[in-house]
Design a protein around this ligand. Structure first.
Ligand SMILES: Cc1ncc(COP(=O)(O)O)c(C=O)c1O
Length: 388
């Protein structure tokens, strides 16, 4: 049978990683042992106490029913407490927090909640590719703003101010920024809030990396007046090593939460109760948890720097988050060429920066989600190939 896809899917390609993973699978089937340094999926487990809560709760008879669309009060209270302790942000757990099945679904929910055909959305280039696909799927039009090394990976507000913003309804931002690793600062956050207020744009801040190799986690909602013009997504995927569990959250003003809930409650039927209780345990972990995870990432990052030196890439040692962003050497056409060279010559996969937007073409991104031994093996393979 031939059945036409909806026009909504026109221009939406298959997610780059799902395509590339298929290619890597083919190479593996052909006998190649590929080291994948591409994907940011934590390889470390959550804290044992979190797993224990899931196991205990799943064994109970009364935990298997559908759950509330807004999550149990214990989860919303734990999120409010986490925001208070970690970000010094006060949130009302009954009205200003919406638990999500991961923050990725939140990106789609927000776009579906606010965008009409023809509405424009400011999107960072380079940035997380899901912003573009969610905007397009919801009928909106992406308008890219470039993040450059010269501009310290921050939006060029002067350039934005002189552009036509009359149709812009939302702006996606994400600091610590993926893929560039740029840290947030109070000044930057203040500028974003002022910009949103001035132009009546909803600033959508996506904040999943604030605890990774970053000693000063920040929330955009900590800026005075932020609730009027901003909402924030957060996630347990990276900070608690719970990517597969699908726990995220949206925080913001009561009206925004209710608007997004109108859409979300038509899409899913709540989060498995044992996962919610385990998330409560995860959110209650002290700073020793974040320190222990970061100690491991810091050692890995040293190896990644060494790997990048081996392929003559340049990088800032001041970046945070779960990746290292690096500039390719002169003479190489772009990050795709370098990525393919390293894949086909050394059986090591690193992500070409161009998949995050054209402004990433001269860069590559290496994930820290691999053991030190894996990075050492990758370095050795690249060195061995150089000698040939
Ligand atoms: C910038 C950014 N936002 C959101 C997500 C999605 O995270 P989650 O697992 O919470 O859906 C990712 C995952 O890679 C990401 O890099």
């Amino acid at each position: 049978m031939q059945i036409a896809k909806s026009t909504r899917l026109e221009g939406i390609g298959e997610y780059y990683f799902s395509q590339k993973l298929r290619e890597i699978e083919q190479l593996k089937k052909a006998g190649k042992n590929i080291i994948n340094l591409g994907i940011g999926s934590p390889d470390l487990p959550p804290h044992p106490s979190v797993i224990k809560v899931l196991q205990d709760q799943a064994g109970l008879a009364n935990t298997h029913a559908y759950q509330s669309y807004k999550g149990v009060p214990a989860l919303r209270n734990a999120i409010a407490e986490w925001y208070k302790i970690q970000y010094q942000v006060g949130l009302n757990p009954d009205t200003q927090i919406l638990p999500l099945l991961g923050s990725k679904e939140g990106i789609m929910h927000i776009c579906m909640t606010y965008l009409n055909e023809g509405d424009q959305v400011l999107i960072p280039n380079p940035g997380y590719p899901t912003y573009t696909s969610a905007v397009k799927l919801a009928g909106g039009t992406p308008v890219y703003f470039e993040l450059t090394e010269q501009n310290n990976w921050e939006p060029d507000f002067a350039a934005l101010e002189v552009s036509d913003l009359s149709k812009v309804k939302l702006m996606w931002v994400n600091y610590p920024q993926m893929p560039t690793g740029k840290k947030p600062s109070i000044e930057l956050f203040e500028k974003l809030i002022a910009f949103g207020k001035q132009h009546q744009i909803l600033i959508c801040h996506d904040n999943p990396y604030s605890f990774i190799l970053n000693d000063a986690p920040m929330s955009l909602l900590s800026i005075p007046g932020a609730m009027e013009t901003a909402i924030e997504l957060n996630s347990l995927s990276k900070s608690q090593n719970m990517a597969g569990w699908r726990v995220g959250m949206l925080c913001g003003a009561e009206d925004r939460i209710n608007e997004v809930l109108t859409f979300k409650s038509n899409m899913d039927s709540g989060m498995f109760l044992p996962v919610q209780h385990a998330a409560v345990a995860a959110l209650g972990l002290g700073n020793d948890w974040y320190d222990s995870v970061n100690e491991i990432y810091a050692k890995r990052r040293e190896k990644v720097f060494e790997l990048l030196d081996t392929i003559q890439c340049k990088y800032s040692t001041n970046q945070v988050g779960m990746f290292v962003w690096a500039k390719i050497p002169e003479g190489v056409k772009d990050g795709y060429e370098l990525s393919d060279q390293v894949l086909y010559n050394s059986n090591v996969f690193i992500t070409p920066g161009g998949i995050f937007g054209s402004a990433g073409n001269q860069f590559i991104r290496v994930s820290l989600c691999g053991s030190v031994t894996k990075f050492e093996e990758a370095i050795q393979r690249i060195n061995a190939q150089k000698k040939n």
